[in-house]
Design a protein around this ligand. Structure first.
Ligand code: FCB
Length: 440
């Protein structure tokens, strides 16, 4: 095989989100949601989670040992602003310490400002359905950027706006558990505007900051490659889920069901310095006449295909493992002519051999994308640690590092060792693949 070489200074690391790892988050809408029966698999609550809020210094030391030079995490809005207009200096200082610790270890912080959780006070005002949320989020951004701005270069205002709108406001599977089709699009519209205000606020406070838009993308291919209905609905889902929000951001104009007010055009248009991709799997789409909510398509995992996201119970096979998908999506994102980062990619499984193979094959595809001229600057794996996987609770493990939730003991998985060697070498070569007995 030909060596797959990564550019000098390429960012290697993992990603987490506050509510999934910190523990003790009681002021956001997820805390309320978790207490309701039937919302989380096996009736668990996030509770102490990985206790990363207290253990971050040791966790980061371990990442350093594993040759990570970047780390993505989120700042919990509900900690910093637990009540409307009250900003906690104690919590701001906590995050200052988090960033200081990373910088000391020469691990580049990438900060997310909204990762699925919203303060209870904001949720009670209608959350992301209330247009006022955009000003509230901008205010929170300004407080954080003023306090931490000079030490943070890479920012992501909002994690996965479209996924959030679907799971939290269309399907009701995530907090706050609301349902409705148009409701979801209203949320995307508000998130787009909030993203743009946050982008401009960060840049105003720290002109050197790089602020990216975050997009979870899936590959939508027809299940039956020569069936025109499957082809049509796969195309519609790609447009609706992947492309509309990107094009609305790029043009500042309403696109598909996403409405952008004319007065907001200049605010939104081009409000990103880089694109950040979250990629997990491919959906093979079959025409489904009784599924209008999914644009008459249904994702079907072809027989014999490898699936992603298997929990301990194996209850949620979710899409097809398809490494070349990451290449195709990076290519799609290249059209915006801005730097690219992969900031989530992973598989929920207890089978670490399967994870190692998944990671090796996806990273090889990222390498191929770079070789073919795409400007990819980093790969951050989802996730650093096993954690609270939202509605799947603690059953679905995505970590490169195993967490025993009883004792809080961390154990490095083979995948983390592979990743560590790879980050050190900054390339995939024969010796690496041989050592970990993996083929591409
Ligand atoms: C993404 C989320 C992340 C995690 C992974 C598995 O959609 O951003 O928090 O749940 O999926």
């Amino acid at each position: 095989m030909e060596k797959i070489v990564f550019p000098k200074g390429f960012l290697w690391g993992g990603a987490t989100a506050a509510h999934q790892v910190e523990g003790g988050n009681v002021n956001n809408d997820w805390f309320i949601f978790e207490q309701k029966p039937g919302k989380i698999l096996n009736g668990v609550v996030s509770g102490d989670s990985c206790d990363h809020y207290n253990r971050f210094p040791e966790d980061f030391k371990l990442l350093k040992k594993l040759n990570h030079n970047a780390h993505r995490f989120s700042i919990e809005w509900s900690r910093v602003e637990p009540a409307k207009d009250y900003f906690s200096t104690v919590e701001i200082d906590h995050y200052k310490e988090v960033i200081k610790t990373l910088k000391k270890l020469k691990i580049e912080p990438m900060v997310t400002l909204h990762h699925f959780t919203t303060p209870v006070w904001m949720a009670n005002l209608g959350g992301w359905e209330n247009p006022d949320v955009v000003n509230r989020f901008e205010k929170f951004t300004r407080v954080i950027a003023e306090a931490l701005g000079k030490d943070v270069k890479l920012w992501i205002p909002i994690n996965e706006p479209v996924v959030y709108a679907i799971l939290s406001f269309m399907d009701g599977e995530y907090a706050p558990g609301k349902k409705g089709f148009l409701r979801g699009f209203k949320v995307i519209g508000n998130m787009l505007k909030a993203h743009a205000l946050s982008y401009r606020a960060i840049k105003e406070i720290n002109p050197k900051a790089q602020v990216g838009f975050n997009k979870h993308m899936r590959v939508f291919d027809p299940l039956r490659e020569d069936n025109s209905w499957d082809i049509r609905v796969a195309g519609a889902q790609d447009k609706n889920f992947n492309m509309d929000v990107l094009n609305a951001l790029n043009t500042g104009k309403s696109t598909g069901q996403i409405k952008v007010a004319k007065k907001d055009k200049d605010l939104i248009k081009g409000a990103f310095d880089f694109m950040s991709l979250n990629y997990y799997a491919r959906d093979r789409i079959k025409f489904a006449p009784f599924s209008p909510g999914r644009l008459f398509g249904k994702a079907v995992v072809p027989e014999g295909a490898e699936t992603s996201h298997e929990g301990a119970t194996g209850e949620r096979p979710e899409g097809e493992v398809y490494p070349h998908g990451i290449y195709r999506l990076l290519k799609t994102l290249s059209q915006y002519k801005k730097p690219l980062y992969v900031v989530e990619n992973g598989i929920g499984t207890n089978n670490d051999k399967a994870r190692l193979k998944y990671v090796a094959r996806h990273i090889a595809e990222v390498g191929n994308a770079i070789k073919d001229g795409m400007d990819v600057r980093g790969y951050l794996h989802w996730s650093t640690l096993d954690n609270f996987e939202w509605a799947e609770g603690y059953d679905m493990r995505f970590g490169m590092i195993h967490v025993d939730f009883e004792t809080q003991k961390r154990t490095v998985k083979e995948t983390a060792k592979f990743f560590s060697d790879l980050a050190k070498k900054n390339c995939i070569d024969k010796a690496l693949l041989k050592k970990y007995e993996v083929t591409l």
